[in-house]
Design a protein around this ligand. Structure first.
Ligand code: IMP
Length: 422
């Protein structure tokens, strides 16, 4: 039995969908631990493109059992649509391969309404508007609604009335009219018929696979380490923990049950939404990178901010997540540039240079990157272990030495075959 954590090391959009799909080829159980439909994981297989938001990427392999763990916040309406859309793409009836924790929390329509109002106000985070933050707030205030409530219509109604009374003053003040508790209750009961049969506990599944010889379990991260609620660029973060510890907490697995941890990184850096981004490239080069890299959000369609690889931030993420193996994605995008830059230190507001990512967000905002410039590489035809351009080999070696983890995979396109184990 092998349990592998696979997660993103930057601000999300590192190509996790493709890589988790690749790593899940023999997986028995694939688990999403945290977040919700803020994720947008793209998988291309046999010329079909799948975009998953709640569902783990490993599900595209026909044998994998998928689990949506208790750390998640789930919008039941959009989850059902996601399942239907994927089923229509020819994957057959998925529902016997999907189990959802009854302890994961519901994202209610009011969570999304609330977020829309807040995000129009000063101090907006640039969220995905999926109701993630407000749903986690309800959960932390012990007013949230676990999905298991869908089995108990009367109790569900009581809880909806109670939480709607908490929200009412906010909506009144904003002058926004929203659905009543009765309306939300009726809508939820309609989807409950389809969701309830998929509810089930994780422990029996874990018992089954942890004891089976040669079984493989993948814990799939969402977003990226730098968006972690505790360790990311607060307040410009998501509302869950996106590092390895968050995946353990979201599923209830213990640290000694993990065999491998793989960190996925792009050869450059992107970010959607607001917040500090020391290596951001403004102007023409940034636009060129976004265009060549197809840097538009899979969830929101928003253009992503682009920048050079930031080794200071990457090393921080490697330390936070404890990954030993790295996957570098989108190496083809940098091959278009003649010269590339890599940030190897920050110049701090104090005037000193540092190789450490500052925990103080106000210091981070004022850091400027110190770059080294390198020649780019050629990627022509199929990349093989013995034909890696020396410039790319030097780039790999520099990353390995700086962050103290080994580069194990390279990826140069969305298709499964554009992946090389090195
Ligand atoms: P939220 O998760 O929707 O609350 O958004 C909080 C921040 O995280 C915003 O900057 C989002 O753009 C960012 N974010 C959330 N999910 C993703 C993702 O899957 N990829 C990239 N950025 C994300």
């Amino acid at each position: 039995m092998t349990v592998t954590i696979a997660l993103g090391l930057q601000w999300g959009d590192e190509g996790k969908g493709k890589m988790v799909d690749y790593l899940s080829e023999n997986a028995d159980l694939v688990i999403r631990a945290a977040g919700g439909a803020n994720a947008g994981h793209t998988i291309v297989n046999n010329d079909k493109k799948y975009i998953l938001h709640h569902l783990p990427s490993g599900l595209i392999h026909a044998r994998a059992q998928a689990y949506l763990a208790s750390g998640m916040v789930i919008d039941p309406f959009s989850l059902l649509k996601e399942i239907q859309d994927i089923e229509k793409q020819g994957l057959g009836d998925l529902r016997n391969r999907i189990k959802i924790s009854p302890a994961a929390h519901l994202i209610l329509p009011w969570h999304r309404d609330l977020e829309k109002i807040r995000e129009k106000s000063p101090g907006a985070i640039g969220t995905t508007l999926k109701g993630i933050g407000p749903a986690y707030e309800s959960r932390a205030s012990r007013k949230g609604l676990p999905l298991g409530l869908l089995k108990y219509p009367d109790l569900l109604k009581q809880k909806l009335i109670s939480i709607s009374q908490d929200f009412a003053p906010f909506f009144e003040k904003a002058g926004v009219s929203v659905d009543s508790a009765n309306q939300v209750h009726a809508r939820l009961l309609r989807v409950a018929r389809e969701i309830v049969p998929m509810l089930g506990d994780l422990q029996p599944l874990l018992d089954k696979y942890l004891q089976k010889d040669n079984s493989e379990i993948i814990l799939e991260g969402a977003q990226g380490a730098l968006l972690d609620i505790n360790h990311g660029t607060y307040p410009y973060v998501t509302s869950s923990s996106t590092i390895s510890g968050g995946l353990l907490s979201g599923t209830g697995l213990g640290p000694l049950q993990i065999d491998e941890a793989v960190g996925i990184m792009k050869a450059y850096t992107t970010r959607v939404g607001n917040g500090p981004f020391p290596t951001e490239i403004h102007g023409e080069t940034g636009h060129k990178m976004a265009k060549i890299g197809g840097e538009f959000g899979a969830t929101t369609g928003r253009p992503r901010r682009c920048g050079w690889l930031d080794l200071v931030a990457l090393k921080h993420a490697v330390n936070l997540t404890g990954v030993r193996d790295l996957v570098i994605t989108k190496i083809d995008v940098l091959s278009v540039f003649e010269k590339i830059k890599v940030c190897t230190a920050y110049n701090l507001p104090s005037g000193k240079n540092s190789r450490f990512f500052p925990e103080d967000p106000w210091i981070l905002e004022k850091c400027s990157p110190i770059y080294k410039t390198f020649p780019s590489w050629n990627i022509s035809g199929n990349l093989e272990v013995d034909n890696i351009d020396p410039a790319l080999q030097a780039f790999i070696k520099m990353i390995e030495e700086y962050v103290g983890a080994r580069v194990s995979f390279l990826s140069w396109g969305p298709q499964r075959h554009k992946t090389l184990r090195v």
